[in-house]
Design a protein around this ligand. Structure first.
Ligand code: NCD
Length: 320
């Protein structure tokens, strides 16, 4: 696969071999990610880091990754500071900004808007989250984390058992992660969600058609037992039409040390794309120091993954 000048918009664009290649470049980025080695290969390049929706990890880790490669970052995180508030279209914004940057990272609350932004520009663009659609780079770092944490080779991902928990309807990270895992064989998905927040049918159909095992349940304790990985998610309250409805589901699934030790094997890895919502307590603070809690190492893995994508898209890898 040649990612030179490519957009990264959906996991659908990848084959299994592409993922292997991205992960091997990510592994080569690790010493640079941790500043054990220094490179300036992207010196002079500018990233447009454009976030039309709140973000901490994704925005900061894209920026850090670009800077670790020697590039500079132009940040737009506050819509009210752009001409969009003067009525400028997304199309014009994209066409104008492309004159000032070499590539874009864009997050937008409306599904499809990131694609529209990408279509308008000839610059490469990486999605930082597309409404309730997809979040492809999060899925890449999630899978990279599973491999590292469980010491699995690429071939040992077949047969993985994963429980995905929470707002599976609006959660773009679980949409992308399901698509990504579906590139492997015989994945055992357990989807734990209230009826109203179940995984979209299109994603269910796709996983089933590819021969994976899908079990849907509302029973948290039964659902997480026997999983190799528990992937907790946040209730996407900002995407609900009524706050009342969101409140109805808040706190429905909460993992604490007692439940974990009661239901799971000590090898079960706990992930969450973050942020965890303190009000809903998806993962209790009493797990903070538990070795199975991978969430902060997961967030750190965003750096080598995003460095790899930048290096491949801007065609500077292998470094000279
Ligand atoms: C997620 C997102 O924005 O989709 N966060 C992230 O990028 N790590 C998950 C969330 O907001 O709940």
């Amino acid at each position: 696969m040649n990612l030179k000048n490519a957009d990264i918009l959906s996991i659908d664009q990848f084959e299994k071999a592409d993922i292997a290649e991205i992960f091997s470049v990510a592994a080569a980025m690790e010493p640079y990610a941790h500043r054990e080695k220094i490179t300036r290969v992207l010196e002079g390049a500018i990233l447009g880091n454009i976030f039309f929706e709140p973000s901490t990890r994704t925005r900061m880790s894209f920026a850090t990754s670009f800077q670790r490669l020697g590039g500079a970052v132009y940040e737009v995180a506050d819509l009210s500071s752009t001409s969009l508030v003067k009525g400028e279209s997304l199309y014009d914004t994209s066409r104008v900004m492309e004159n000032y940057v070499d590539l874009f990272v864009v997050r937008h609350p409306t599904q499809g808007a990131v694609q529209d932004f990408a279509k308008a520009t000839s610059r490469p663009l990486i999605s930082g989250g597309d409404g309730t659609g997809e979040h492809p780079t999060q899925a890449l770092l999630d899978l990279y984390t599973i491999m590292k944490e469980q010491d699995r080779s690429f071939d040992q991902l077949d047969g993985l058992s994963i429980a995905m928990v929470g707002d599976l309807k609006h959660g773009r990270t679980v949409h992308s992660l399901t698509k990504l895992l579906s590139l492997f064989k015989n994945i055992r998905f357990t989807w734990i969600a209230p009826e109203a927040l179940k995984m979209p049918d299109s994603i269910l159909e796709e996983a089933r058609q590819l021969g994976h095992h899908v079990h849907q349940t509302e029973d948290f304790k039964m659902g997480i037992a026997k999983a190799d990985v528990i992937y907790m998610t946040r209730l996407q309250e900002e995407r609900f039409t009524s706050k009342e409805e969101a409140r109805l589901h808040r706190g429905r699934y909460s993992l604490n040390r007692r439940t974990y030790e009661q239901c799971c094997s000590p090898k079960t890895l706990i992930l969450h794309p973050l942020p965890r919502d303190q009000r809903a307590n998806e993962i209790d603070m009493d797990l903070n120091d538990h070795p199975a809690l991978g969430i902060f190492r997961q967030a750190a893995n965003g750096i080598p993954i995003r460095m790899a994508l930048f290096a491949m898209i801007l065609d500077v890898y292998p470094f000279k």
